[in-house]
Design a protein around this ligand. Structure first.
Ligand code: HPA
Length: 288
């Protein structure tokens, strides 16, 4: 049974009265420091939010931060849960639906991932243009909550083409190479075998990780616009001499962390300008 996100949203609203986030951000393994850049209005432990699922993974702080980043009102999840922690798939729905109830229109996700391309090595960034859900699991299985979206929905252009183009334009302006590709969600908790990686390459994936697709499914079901960026921490299993471990992931996540921070902050600044322009245009049209 999916927990009701209304109580969670009400709790958060009381902690930050009058504050409406427009963008939700989920920070993945080793990327939590971006949260330090937020001009904070409220910081809430997941443990205090009714029914909020908590991560047991090192590198995931477990805090929701409300405030402004790049001038944009955001709700930032510092840490997330993963299927491999043994949680019910449906538990992932609550944080995303809570963010939707708080008022976000866009969900920006980050994760750590292994790359299938030597040219996209550790320290690279990849914006997702699609995904392969290889887990066999889905947080939307079960009774459909019509309040959020329809039973059946399209996953075409799930990763918003306009937001992707915005990210590319900002990356270019900042002199950051932003790769683009397909993310494959592997259940974990083990890293993949080299044979699995060879298969995943043939399936059309460009990078692999253990998160993100559940949140994207819930977000698209609820009509949110989605953008997601992988911080490439390693070449995938069998492609290099480096032994894969969580420590290696956390260490390598630092390589592109500064680029990712800049990219996200300037992206939000640009988005804020665009939204303001659109708002001004619509009020002007209304007055014409
Ligand atoms: N595989 C799965 N998850 C990951 C990897 C990987 O190679 N790197 C970082 N997260």
């Amino acid at each position: 049974m999916t927990a009701n996100p209304n109580a969670a949203a009400e709790f958060v609203k009381q902690a930050a009265p009058g504050f409406t986030p427009r963008v939700g951000i989920v920070l993945g393994s080793g990327l939590g420091e971006l949260a330090d850049k937020i001009d904070t209005v409220a910081s809430i432990d997941y443990a205090d939010i009714p029914d909020f699922p908590r991560s047991s993974v090192e590198g995931h702080a477990g805090r929701l931060i409300l405030g402004r980043l790049g001038g944009m009102p955001v709700a930032c999840m510092q840490g997330r849960v993963h299927y491999y922690e043994g949680i019910e798939a449906q538990a992932v729905a609550l944080p995303v639906r809570m963010l939707k109830l708080l008022g976000i229109e866009i969900l920006l996700l980050t994760n750590a991932a292994g790359s299938f391309h030597k040219k996209m090595g550790p320290g690279s960034l990849m914006v997702l243009n699609d995904h392969i859900n290889f887990t066999g699991r889905n947080p939307l299985i079960g009774e459909n909550d019509e309040a959020f979206g329809p039973r059946f929905f399209s996953m075409e252009e799930a990763y918003d083409p306009i937001l992707r183009a915005h990210l590319q334009a900002v990356a270019k302006e900042l002199g950051i190479k932003l790769h683009e590709g397909v993310y494959l969600h592997y259940l974990g908790p083990n890293f993949e075998t080299p044979a699995e990686i060879r298969m995943f390459k043939k399936l059309g994936a460009d990078a692999v990780g253990m998160s993100t697709t559940p949140e994207v499914l819930v977000a698209r079901h609820a009509g949110l616009r989605v953008a997601a960026i992988s911080n490439i921490t390693n070449l995938a299993a069998g492609m290099s001499e480096t032994k894969l471990s969580h420590e290696q992931t956390l260490e390598s996540a630092k390589l592109a962390a500064a680029d990712l921070e800049k990219l996200v902050i300037v992206f939000l600044e640009t988005l804020k300008r665009e939204l303001l322009k659109a708002h001004l245009q619509s009020t002007k049209d209304g007055n014409d």
